[in-house]
Design a protein around this ligand. Structure first.
Ligand code: MG
Ligand code: ZN
Length: 222
């Protein structure tokens, strides 16, 4: 590894490690009509991610826990090359943080076959009430311009990137946008890719994790 390039990776989960967004999948299947309005408000930044996600899960009764959990675990599909990508980061000794606006009850079981991971940041769930309550153990620090990220990726990047390190953000959607603005290198697909184009944030596109390996390896070999 060249002395100048000392990367640390911050990788999104929903729609990045998995093919689709698991929160959207859950809502599609279990939420009453009208939930799309809340999703649209989140995507258009009319409501904070944290408020929007809380509102969405508050639509779901905890009596459906078992159906919801088994549905999302069965339905989720891991993006091609993720296992090789994890292996690659281990071989090259690149710290890999999984930072997600998704929820613990699907993230931990879906990651398990590829683990163990030391650094997984996500939201948590509380099924003790009548409706699902989402907990946010990784909220925005005072430097986050967004406030209301839920799981604040810029805060996590700031806390875990040393001055001489190069931060790499891999993501697909609105929850990655503030992180992408902060990152040294952005690897993007889908909505995040369009946003990066709109805002003139330099990025490399990806469709699978073989692409991500290739993009990072090219930098390692400079
Ligand atoms: Mg995502
Ligand atoms: Zn934030």
């Amino acid at each position: 590894m060249s002395a100048e390039f000392n990367p640390v990776i911050f990788c999104d989960f929903d729609g990045t490690i998995t093919m689709k967004d698991n929160i959207v999948n859950i809502m599609d299947k279990f939420a009453p009509p009208g939930w799309e309005g809340i999703k649209d408000d989140i995507m258009a930044q009319r409501v904070s991610i944290q408020k929007g996600v809380s509102k969405l899960f508050a639509l779901l009764p905890t009596s459906q826990k078992e159906q919801i959990v088994s549905f999302v675990l069965e339905d989720a599909e891991i993006r091609e090359g993720f296992g090789e990508f994890v292996q690659f980061t281990r071989e090259k000794n690149i710290p890999l943080y999984i930072v997600s606006g998704g929820i613990d009850f699907f993230i931990h079981p879906l990651l398990e076959p590829f683990g163990p991971f030391d650094q997984v940041y996500c939201n948590e769930s509380d099924f003790s009430g009548e409706h699902i309550n989402i907990l946010y153990p990784h909220e925005c620090d005072e430097n986050c311009v967004n406030q209301g990220c839920g799981c604040c990726k810029p805060t996590i990047i700031r806390e875990n990137t040393a001055q001489q390190q190069t931060s790499i953000v891999i993501g697909d959607s609105i929850t990655d946008l503030e992180a992408a603005k902060l990152a040294d290198i952005v690897i993007a697909r889908d909505f995040l890719l369009e946003k990066c184009e709109d805002l003139n944030i330099p990025f490399s596109p990806f469709t699978n994790f073989h692409d991500c390996i290739r993009i990072i390896e090219a930098r390692l070999n400079v």
